[in-house]
Design a protein. Sequence first.
Length: 393
Amino acid sequence: MSYVDTIRGVGQDAEQLELTYQQAARAGEAEDFASAIEAGYAETPDNLLYAAWHYRLAYAAATAKRRLIAWGWAIPLAIVNGLILWWLSAERFRLPIVDPAGGESWTEIPTIVLLAAPISALAIVAFLAIAGTRRWTRVLGVGLGLVLCSAYVLLIYPQVGPRVFQEHYLTLAMLHLALLAWAGVGAYVLARHRDAESCFAFLIKSLEVAVLAGLFAIAGGLFTGITFGLFQALGVEPPEKDVMKRPPYTANESVFGRGMVQFIIGIGVIMSALAIGAAWGLWHEGDPRWQTVLFTTLVLSQLAVAVATRSEENPIWRLNPFTNRSMVLAVVLTIALQLAVIYLPVANTIFDTQPLKPIELALSFGLALLTLIIVEIWKAVARRWHRARQVTG
């Protein structure tokens, strides 16, 4: 039975109409319900219940449109922020710690750890200004304050004494810069709204962000578990035939050298962008399946990265997939568990997931394949770059 017939059958029962809408939203058929409401309202414009739903859905659509405009600014700024952090993750930006007594130097503190919070705070303030109040003088004040505080830390830490003092100073500075970044956002938001209610609202929103960050940390832990399981399988990968012909790492080279940090951050940003793009349409329509699409795309993309990084030098099509049976087992088991989480009713209740349509599942697999291709392109570019350095060096 169509939603038009269902709504006609419900008649004037407001509770049943609300339940019908909730069921349609869970099934991803909110647009069909809205079309049926519009048809009923057109037939009987004097029906107050249909009129109320007509204006309710029209207001919801207008609100979603306003959110889309804000997200249109948020995504480019997030990408720029991610690219800046990725650029700062390069090994040449690691902070040197020099022993003032012996002159010995260590390079072990990534600059990104120190400056991630201030830079992200500037991105947040810029977003608030562009999408909202456009108080550019206030943006300039907050930005100048964060820049001066960050510059002060970078200039002062080499003068605080021995190595251990410098390390402790940078650790404390990282925490304090994060607090100053939060205070900078608060100063922008509350500059003209210093009443107790606004301050309390900002604190509550900050707590919400902290809780959300904690949830992302938990999700990151799950992905880390998947990653470690897969890379444990990589640990039993048979040695490649030409491994002894490759130049060795230098004794003082970091385990994250040769572009490893850039690879981790860059591929992470790409995976996130693809997953958000896959779920964007469903989210905009109010379809609850967007979360399941996002989660599935991330898991499958993580599998693709693990498979593609079996070898640093050779592309995946030159590798025998069955030389590492642990990897094959890990990939098959992870896909089976993911499908169980998507399609088993018990798992839907526990993990709050929704069964996906075949086209949506195919989209997640397709984006995972695209991630694998991107990793292979990255490997090819890295190979040429390293060979060029060996020739010129």
